[in-house]
Design a protein around this ligand. Structure first.
Ligand code: FMN
Ligand code: ATP
Length: 178
């Protein structure tokens, strides 16, 4: 099924997964798949809400693992109905947590899927406890690699700069070139 891409979106109901999702690694895939599966079960459109560039790239100059087009192609493969790509710039980053909640409310989310460390809004002041005051939030358990440490885009960036390509690809969890 086609994934529709927007810079902003309003829906009568939705299941939303939120995150930078740089690399769309195995942890991200779990968060997004849960949204897609819940959406299919409840017959509600799934929405992946993401940012371009990833905030960590914008603020810290981190190496970007996937271009926005590569990220969207992966999100499409995971079966999301819609993707919202917010352009992450100085003005956007200055929006408060409450402004972001207003923006999410336009999607009328029945459920929101995030990982446990999700933060949002200016100076990262919004957290899951705040989000839960407004929406039903499902927190995905941390997805770990076989040695037991949590998979993250930062860890994959470090592995790539250390030349550990085999391990970084295994944490990304996509066949090479896909
Ligand atoms: C409206 C908005 C404003 C943000 N402002 C900041 C900020 O001032 N500083 C910062 O480090 N991150 C900021 N972020 C990025 C978040 O910390 C976080 O990276 C983003 O919500 C994606 O979550 P994730 O990193 O768990 O994928 C902002 C995010 C949003 C949605
Ligand atoms: N290993 C993981 N297991 C479960 N959820 C995860 C995992 N990694 C990230 N998430 C969740 O996926 C969403 C996107 O996360 P984000 O893009 O910040 O990933 P990250 O790998 O932690 O990135 P970075 O290392 O750059 O901070 C967030 O809701 C986050 O909490």
């Amino acid at each position: 099924m086609k994934t529709h891409i927007y810079s902003s979106l309003e829906l009568p109901h939705s299941i939303v997964a939120i995150g930078a999702f740089d690399g769309v690694h195995r942890g991200h895939q779990t968060v997004i798949r849960q949204a897609v599966q819940r959406g299919r079960k409840l017959k509600i459109p799934s929405v992946v809400y993401t940012f371009d560039p990833p905030p960590r790239v914008f603020f810290q100059g981190a190496r970007m693992l996937t271009t926005v087009d590569e990220k969207l192609a992966k999100i499409k493969k995971l079966g999301a109905r819609h993707a919202v790509v917010a352009r992450f710039d100085e003005i956007y980053a200055g929006r408060s947590a409450y402004e972001f909640i207003d923006c999410l409310a336009k999607l009328n989310p029945a459920e929101i899927m995030v990982g446990g460390d999700f933060r949002f809004g200016k100076d990262r002041l919004g957290d899951i406890m705040l989000l839960e005051k407004y929406f039903k939030v499902r927190v995905t358990k941390p997805v770990c690699c076989s040695e037991g440490s949590v998979i993250s885009s930062s860890r994959i960036r470090q592995l790539i700069s250390d030349g550990e390509i085999h391990l970084s690809n295994s944490l990304l969890g996509w066949p090479a070139g896909k």
